[in-house]
Design a protein around this ligand. Structure first.
Ligand code: F6R
Length: 597
């Protein structure tokens, strides 16, 4: 949550900061601000999206070759001008931007106020500016270091002082990277913000600081010792993070799935599965899949895959529940953390907890170099490419492919044979998704018919029950329509009371395991005048007897149906939200990377 960007170099800083902020808007977008250092601190900030703040206050016209900027997702204090970052100290010489949560903020606030500091905002972040002021004695880096020793909580920060030509950055639990291009230094919460300038990134670890000066960057720990760090070259390019002619990133990302899945599989699926997973996973007695949100839906599907293919008992947990429930895990467990961003606070904390308890840990992560990717002992990058739309789409299907590969690999490592039919069929999934994407216009027409309904129900069975959950989540998060996902058989135990002619019910009804049962559930809905949208296997014309609308998808083996079924559900959510003229890529109250608990 919240995006930070900073620059020091030979060019005007404001346009660089502004374009960086726009790329970080997915991290939060309720207020924005910038400070440029040019003999004095020029500060501009306000409530609203970056472009509105820019047009109201002329951010781009601020002059100077060094500055920091911020886009906010409110945690402490409502979105307002006062609460927007940067925050300044009492003297007006120091400015900070912060991502994270200062947990001992009340204690520090009381202390600073008793010493005469005056807070202007309701945020936890502002106390950092005053704390640095308290310790400042002509050395910004030293003052930041001393302040951070007083702070409990998470932070990614960038700090400037009117009199010093440097940006001091630090991280603990919230991502922050440094970009290097000759004499120019950049900092950002995420590489996408500065990728147009450089691919050379230095990833700060927790409790590390960076001192950025023109032509020089020094990394230190909080004990003031120098840390030797090399830059890493990032593989993504700018084109991958632009919209490429699509109206929204979400639509682009839905359509990228045939390619993103090929990238997830590339080099990993031949006569054998090639994953660089060592760590004697063959000895694990149990797999636990841990994640949040859409990634948790992948985990639910992963349980069917790992138990079905590798025959290893598998459990699934919400990261937020796992970390706080004193989980009984040991060295015999393989705990798998699934995350697009690799920065989700609860997932990261759960990973640390599992490591502490001696379990083997593995990350299934999209963002290369992210904290979860680096903290887990073993990893599978999903290689879906940058996902900018806040609602996750291509990251989800790539996670599913990674889980199929993991299940196949575990089976082989435990002495089984590779399932050649499954491998062949997995290779065909991208072209089958292409075929589903051709149904786009049909899905759009259905969206037009149903967009006015205030409630939806999504039903699926077995491995497609989590797909129902995911379809409902996609609809509610971007169209603000109330939607529930259920295992189809559970409908009669309560939700059936909701069914009437105003309730669209989306059924995932492929031929195969459980088909007859789902047809019975459809009969039950039909008998109560519910409106049925069915995702059905190509050639299934009978289903039209029950369904008001049918979206046909290609046939595949049961284990792989989620990969195909979710596509029309993503499109349905997208078109309903777009028809309502909502900002699909930046739904209200949400942020792409949830780095707070
Ligand atoms: C929904 C969505 C969220 C994320 C969740 C976990 O479309 O994007 O539910 O899936 O916040 O994020 P990651 O996967 O980055 O850990």
């Amino acid at each position: 949550m919240c995006g930070i960007v900073g620059y020091i170099g030979k060019r005007e800083a404001a346009p660089i900061l502004l374009s960086g902020l726009k790329r970080l808007e997915y991290r939060g977008y309720d207020s924005a601000g910038m400070v440029i250092v040019n003999g004095s601190l020029q500060l501009m900030k306000d409530k609203g999206r970056i472009e509105d703040v820019d047009s109201a206050h002329g951010l781009r016209d601020m002059k100077g070759k060094m500055g920091i900027a911020h886009t906010r997702w409110a945690t402490h204090g409502e979105p307002s001008t006062e609460n927007a970052h940067p925050h300044v100290d009492c003297t007006g010489d120091i400015a900070i931007v912060h991502n994270g949560i200062i947990e001992n903020y009340n204690t520090l606030k009381e202390l600073l106020e008793s010493e005469g500091h005056e807070m202007k905002s309701g945020t936890d972040s502002e106390i950092l500016a005053h704390l640095i002021e308290k310790f400042y004695c002509d050395d910004l880096a030293a003052a930041v270091r001393k302040s951070l020793l007083q702070v409990q909580g998470t932070y990614g920060i960038a700090v400037v002082h009117r009199k010093e030509s440097k940006i001091v950055v630090a991280r603990n639990g919230s991502p922050l990277i440094v970009g290097v291009k000759g004499d120019e230094m950049f900092t950002a919460s995420d590489a996408s913000a500065i990728l147009e300038h450089t691919k050379k990134m230095i990833y700060l670890d927790d409790k590390e600081m960076g001192i950025l000066e023109k032509g020089k960057v020094t990394i230190k720990n909080l004990r003031d010792e120098k840390v030797n760090k090399c830059h890493e070259e990032i593989g993504w390019d700018l084109e991958q993070i632009e919209k490429g002619g699509y109206k929204h990133f979400m639509l682009k990302e839905i359509f990228e799935q045939p390619d993103s899945l090929k990238n997830t599989m590339r080099g990993r699926l031949g006569k054998n599965v090639k994953l660089s997973i060592n760590g004697s996973v063959e000895n694990c007695r149990r797999v636990i899949l841990v994640a949040c949100g859409t990634s948790w839906h992948s985990a639910l599907i992963g349980r069917y895959l790992i138990e079905g293919i590798a025959k290893v008992p598998t459990e699934v947990d919400y990261a937020s529940e796992f970390r706080y429930r004193d989980p009984l895990v040991s060295k015999d467990d393989l705990v798998v953390f699934i995350s697009q961003s690799g920065e989700t606070a609860d997932t990261l904390a759960a990973l640390k907890e599992a490591k502490k308890r001696g379990a083997k840990t593995l990350g299934i992560v999209n963002v290369v170099g992210s904290t979860i990717a680096r903290e887990a002992e073993m990893g599978i990058y999903t290689h879906a490419g940058p996902e900018i739309g806040v609602a996750s789409t291509k990251a989800f299907t790539s996670q599913l492919v990674a889980l199929v590969l993991l299940a196949m690999d575990l089976k082989v490592k435990k002495g089984g044979k590779i399932d050649e039919k499954l491998a062949r069929e997995l290779n065909r999934i991208p072209e089958k998704i292409d075929a589903v994407l051709e149904e786009e216009r049909k899905v759009k027409a259905i969206a037009r018919k149903v967009a006015g309904h205030p409630n939806f129900l999504y039903l699926g069975r077995g491995i497609n029950y989590p797909v129902a959950l995911e379809g409902a989540l996609k609809l509610k998060e971007i169209s603000y329509i109330h939607a529930e996902g259920y295992p189809a058989a559970e409908m009669k135990h309560g939700p059936i009371a909701l069914i009437d002619e105003n309730m669209p019910v989306v059924f995932i009804a492929n031929r195969g395991r459980g088909y007859e049962k789902i047809i019975s559930n459809m009969e039950e809905v039909k008998a109560r005048q519910g409106k049925i949208i069915a995702i059905a296997t190509e050639g299934d014309e009978e289903i039209k007897r029950l369904a008001d609308w049918v979206i046909h998808v290609p046939r595949t083996i049961d284990d792989l149906t989620p990969l195909i079924n979710v596509i029309p559900l993503q499109l349905l959510a997208y078109y309903v939200a777009d028809m309502k003229c909502y900002d699909v890529d930046k739904p209200r109250n949400l942020a792409k990377s949830v780095t707070v608990e």
